[in-house]
Design a binder for this molecule. Structure first.
Ligand code: GLU
Length: 289
């Protein structure tokens, strides 16, 4: 088993996804700068090891909501609520990037922003452009910071959760590792919030329907949008595209270097590269969801 974990040390192109709940103080909803700083230091250190790293970060809507003192996102109609959400994301995304840029600059690290939508990914030429931009940024030694472009994505065309988005990014740039950091330790045989007998799963060699069904109905935090079900479907995409994936607890971002050192943290999903996996087919199915 340890040999499997040891192989993580050799990963070269890594996507790391952070949920909104990992970036905020639970009590106030304000950004937790100490944790953000730890995260940035961990990412810079991976980059200093000569590896390529991409950050997929949530938090735009939550940060924007806080900036304009909204408790909930509401509107008289669905369209109005969407406009409030999109305005919050426009405010919050800029604030979030400002915090990231400042911290990355302290470590002399160049960061870049990439905002994607389902549409950009479905469209052949914009997907191709995005892929080239990622490649070039990584060539230049920059760390791309990715989020969904919530300001223009509406219900019909949004990914809606950054678990899915990070798996799509991992597949697009042919990453060899995706790390999803959340407020759960990894995958359990049942929902540990409700069942004290649920046991932890260390390694998943292949994601079968039984495992996928286990994610249904499980709870997560109420800050971000992804629960266990979206994490498992992200695992399906990432592993089929040729990346290993780890789901781990982002309560302490030092877990990132521990995972990278091959230590036993989180649940490891082994890559199961499918010859017949085409990102475009997957995106095509998403189009109608
Ligand atoms: N893109 C959303 C944001 O930045 C978050 C989506 C998610 O939580 O997965 O607020």
């Amino acid at each position: 088993m340890n040999n499997i974990r040891e192989q993580i040390k050799n990963k070269k192109r890594i996507v790391i996804k952070i949920g909104s709940s990992s970036l905020q103080h639970a009590e106030t909803g304000d950004l937790d700068y100490i944790r953000l700083e730890k995260l940035v230091r961990e990412l810079c250190d991976i980059s200093n090891q000569g590896k390529e790293v991409v950050l997929v970060t949530s938090g735009a809507i939550a940060v924007g909501k806080k900036a304009v003192n909204l408790k909930t996102i509401e509107g008289k109609t669905q369209a109005e609520a969407m406009a409030v959400k999109q305005a919050c994301s426009a405010i919050g995304q800029a604030r979030l990037m400002m915090a990231y840029q400042k911290l990355f600059a302290e470590y002399n690290q160049t960061a870049a922003q990439i905002l994607l939508t389902k549409d950009t990914m479905i469209n052949d030429s914009s997907r191709y452009n995005a892929q080239n931009t990622f490649d070039e940024l990584l060539n230049l030694g920059a760390i791309p910071i990715v989020n969904e472009n919530d300001t223009i994505a509406t219900y019909e065309i949004e990914f809606g959760d950054n678990d899915t988005l990070s798996a799509v990014v991992a597949a697009l740039i042919k990453a060899d590792l995706l790390i999803l950091l959340s407020d759960i330790d990894g995958l359990f045989t049942d929902d540990p919030h409700n069942n004290p007998d649920a046991s932890f799963i260390d390694v998943v060699e292949s994601l079968d329907d039984h495992l996928l069904a286990m994610g249904k109905g499980s709870t997560g935090s109420n800050v971000g949008t992804g629960g266990m079900a979206t994490k498992l479907s992200a695992a399906k995409v990432a592993t089929a595209a040729g990346a290993d994936m780890v789901i781990a607890n982002g309560a302490d971002f030092h877990i990132i270097h521990k995972i990278m050192q091959g230590r036993n943290h989180g649940t490891l999903f082994l890559s199961n590269q499918k010859d017949e996996f085409y990102l475009i087919d997957y995106l095509d199915k998403l189009k109608y969801q």
